[in-house]
Design a protein around this ligand. Structure first.
Ligand code: TUI
Length: 307
């Protein structure tokens, strides 16, 4: 399926994998790219040299293009921004902030830039700064989220900018892909469905939480701190939300989540760790390979779209 995004990135299918912290390491990124989508290494808060190593390992597993997600709350993001240039990465997505200060050097180096935005204003600002595309991410998504749903955000962003728009948030099958296409998206970005991809390194306990999740099983912590994060309900979210309601300080709340995503993803502590996931987890019923995920979505979407 040819779209402005498959042309921009040189990929077969307009499917981009979300740059999930701890989850989106090189095995997953390479598997998604080898399956014809666009794999992404999530730099998150990793030390810059680890990101370089991840990029080099990814190149050993695939000769297809892949990208890096630069998480802008990471204090090391300046160094990560340079590493993607030095390593000749095809494209970056950015999250949790404004990547304006890196735009000029990325553009000069030929790195395609696709900032994740959660509002029309941010999308327009990114277009003015020279972004090649934007990812319009609704609050159905897992992890750090904005406040508007994909159904409302995506068409408004599509109308507001002239660059291609990638839809994200609540998409995990061919119906979601087709719906995003109808709203004007040139591609989709998905995270939750890749949490249970067979190729990734996510602990089995985390996979089980996603596969067993029902529609209403996610909660949003951190509304009061200005950093809302969607994750699957567990002892950690109950305790966090209780403390938040009782007016705990920012320090107390931060203390609770320090290292908690790593503990869930790597150690399988899904009771007191943070199990970031989108609302669409209820639709994710079994573990599959990246190739199975991508080909089944594309085949269903093509039928629905009459292509
Ligand atoms: O970034 C994400 N999702 C993430 S980042 C992350 S790591 C983390 N861990 C714990 C606490 C907080 C973060 C986990 N999940 N998605 C992309 C995204 N970006 N969603 C919303 C935004 C966003 C928000 C504000 C983009 C721009 C923005 O602009 C604010 C500004 O600076 O003007």
């Amino acid at each position: 399926m040819k779209t402005k995004i498959t042309e921009l990135l040189g990929i077969e299918y307009p499917i981009i994998q979300g740059g999930m912290a701890w989850v989106a390491e090189y095995h997953l990124a390479a598997a998604v790219s080898n399956a014809g989508g666009f794999g992404i290494i999530g730099a998150a808060s990793a030390p810059p040299e680890i990101v370089r190593e991840q990029i080099r390992e990814c190149k050993k597993l695939t000769d297809k293009p892949f990208g890096v997600n630069v998480m802008l709350m990471n204090p090391n993001s300046d160094e990560v921004a340079d590493i993607v240039i030095e390593e000749g990465v095809k494209a970056v997505t950015t999250g949790a902030g404004n990547p304006g200060k890196y735009m000029e050097k990325w553009k000069k180096a030929g790195v395609k830039v696709m900032p994740v935005v959660a509002s029309v204003a941010m999308a327009k600002m990114m277009e003015r700064s020279g972004a090649d595309a934007v990812v319009a991410e609704g609050m159905e998504s897992g992890g750090h989220i904005g406040s508007i749903t994909t159904m409302c955000l995506l068409p408004q962003v599509v109308d507001a900018v002239n660059i291609p728009v990638i839809g994200a948030g609540g998409i995990a099958d061919g119906r979601g892909f087709a719906a995003a296409t109808m709203l004007g998206a040139e591609a989709v970005q998905m995270g939750t469905v890749f949490l249970v991809a067979k190729e990734n390194i996510v602990h089995q306990n985390y996979r089980d939480k996603v596969v067993n999740a029902k529609d209403i099983d996610s909660a949003v912590t951190g509304m009061s701190t200005g950093h809302p994060v969607r994750c699957i309900k567990n002892r950690m979210t109950r305790e966090y939300l209780r403390m938040e309601a009782e007016g705990a300080t920012l320090e107390e709340l931060e203390q609770m989540t320090l290292g908690s995503l790593r503990r869930a993803v790597m150690d399988g502590d899904v009771m007191d760790g943070t199990v970031m996931s989108g609302q669409i987890a209820g639709l994710v019923k079994k573990e599959m390979t990246c190739e199975e995920i991508i080909t089944s979505i594309m085949s269903d979407a093509k039928k629905l779209l009459g292509r």
